[in-house]
Design a protein around this ligand. Structure first.
Ligand SMILES: CC(=O)N[C@H]1[C@@H](OP(=O)(O)OP(=O)(O)OC[C@H]2O[C@@H](n3ccc(=O)[nH]c3=O)[C@H](O)[C@@H]2O)O[C@H](CO)[C@@H](O)[C@@H]1O
Ligand SMILES: C=C(OP(=O)(O)O)C(=O)O
Length: 436
């Protein structure tokens, strides 16, 4: 088993570069299936396990896929299969994003039902409601969802009950090849939605309104492969901004786009942290006197749920009591128990967490419950007394490239080891304690 080992107490200093966004590249790669003519070339693709998984899903559907030097090339011009099996959906829920493309391209899609996951039950009823409104018949059975349409999908007016990111993306992709115009109301406004719409338009689609609450998609007859650069990962950027602040350091997060991070920046400034927008990124200068603040996660441009656990780590170092309310996912507080193992003064009250910033954090062996929790536990380790070991790194690898290496380059005392190497580390620590 692999572990990250962090020893607390180092201030971070230097520059760290952000990768392309996981949550932008996954729908963009799903959208490459819409091109029946020409290859798509997608650049700035991070080497994450989720990217390898979606590439496998595409190959399994009969697309030709290569991934080298952060560039994925997809040729989806052959006849595509229409089934995404459970082995992929189980690994990565975003596999359901191929459904809209397959339905539009083949008139049929069969995708394994995603189960629940560590952050809630995560139904996909809004995706299916959209497909049905466009004329598809949807059946659920034997662990699969099947959607089928006689001929082509038809443009429709669809209202989402909640601005779901995945439903907005899946319905948008399906609507690009529908007959007539589709209007989707109450859609998600995340930067990743805008990135997907930009890519679809480069393929020949007619998508308007991305980034606002309403999308208008005029269907076209055919889409072509296109070239695209993925936007920087605002959640990875935010995670390094917190890393800088939590250690009282001074770090330039290169590639961070301030407009994508406005709610996080506002909260960090409210805490007394200095944030400077520079030409090529965002600089964070920490302080020893951070103020407690309240946070409520919301769809974009509200505070992102994907930054909730990292912010929790940061608030454990602020002066006073903070409250964090999670409104996007029903159960995204699994990391709270792990923080308690690190001596955090923190409790769950319904959909909120109340935490006391004067906690005397102590290193412990903790287990990551999802990818952001993994990052947050490492961040807490950076400021805890003694050694923290973080396990279940498969979660971390879904969303962060070389997380420990990047933190080490900023001065953190951190390493990633196999369990077998740990005995060696313990012996080395014992020897250095004896010599001290
Ligand atoms: C790959 C990707 O981009 N993942 C992001 C995406 O996930 P994802 O697209 O799954 O998130 P959604 O915005 O769809 O989900 C938000 C909430 O809506 C609910 N819901 C969603 C769809 C539906 O049909 N019915 C329904 O009830 C979900 O259970 C959840 O409680 O947006 C989330 C919210 O910003 C982020 O945390 C994820 O990192
Ligand atoms: C929850 C996340 O991702 P996913 O939707 O892929 O599980 C995330 O990126 O924090």
């Amino acid at each position: 088993m692999e572990k990250i080992i962090v020893r607390g107490g180092k201030r971070l200093d230097g520059t760290v570069k952000v990768e392309g966004a996981k949550n932008a590249v996954l729908p963009v790669l799903a959208a490459t299936l819409l091109a029946s003519d020409g290859k798509s070339v997608i650049r700035d693709v991070p080497t994450l396990s989720d990217v390898y998984t979606i590439n496998e899903v595409l190959r399994n559907l009969n697309a030709e896929v290569s991934f080298e030097n952060n560039t994925v090339v997809v040729d989806a011009s052959r006849v595509l299969k229409d089934e995404a099996p459970f082995e992929y959906v189980r690994k990565m829920r975003a596999s359901v994003l191929v459904m809209g493309s397959l339905l539009a391209r083949n008139g049929r899609a069969r995708v394994a039902l995603p189960g629940g996951c560590a952050i809630g039950s995560r139904p996909i009823d809004q995706h299916l409601k959209g497909f049905e409104a466009m004329g598809a018949k949807v059946k659920v059975g034997n662990g699969f969802i099947e959607a089928e349409v006689d001929g082509r999908l038809q443009g429709a007016k669809i209202y989402l009950d909640f601005p779901s990111v995945g439903a907005t993306e899946n319905i948008m992709m399906a609507a690009t090849l529908a007959v007539g115009t589709t209007i989707i109301e109450n859609v998600a406004k995340e930067p990743e939605i805008v990135d997907l719409a930009n890519f679809l338009n480069k393929m020949g689609a007619k998508v308007r309104g991305a980034g606002t609450g309403t999308l208008r998609i005029e269907g076209v007859d055919v889409l072509f492969g296109a070239e695209h650069n993925i936007i920087p990962d605002r959640i990875e950027a935010g995670t390094f901004m917190v890393a800088a602040a939590i250690t009282g350091g001074n770090v330039l997060v290169k590639g961070a786009v301030p407009e994508h991070l406005s709610s996080l920046i506002a909260k960090m400034v409210e805490m007394g942290i200095t944030i400077q927008e520079e030409e090529d990124g965002v600089r964070v200068i920490g302080t020893d006197r951070m103020k407690a603040v309240d946070i409520k996660t919301m769809p974009h441009p509200g505070f992102p749920t994907d930054m909730q656990s990292q912010m929790m780590a940061l608030l454990l170092r602020a002066n006073g009591t903070s409250m964090i309310t999670e409104t996007v996912f029903e159960n995204r507080f699994m990391h709270v128990e792990e923080f308690r193992r690190m001596n955090a003064d923190i409790k769950i009250e319904g959909r909120s967490v109340i935490l006391n910033g004067s906690s005397n954090l102590q290193g412990a062996e903790v287990s990551a419950t999802d990818l952001r929790a993994a990052a947050a536990l490492v961040l807490t380790g950076l400021v805890s007394e003694g050694m923290t070991r973080v396990t279940e790194l498969k979660h971390l690898d879904r969303g962060y490239v070389d997380f420990h290496g990047k933190l080490a380059s900023l001065g953190a005392d951190i390493e990633r080891i196999n369990e077998a190497d740990e005995t060696l580390t313990e012996v080395q620590d014992y020897v250095s304690d004896m010599n001290a």
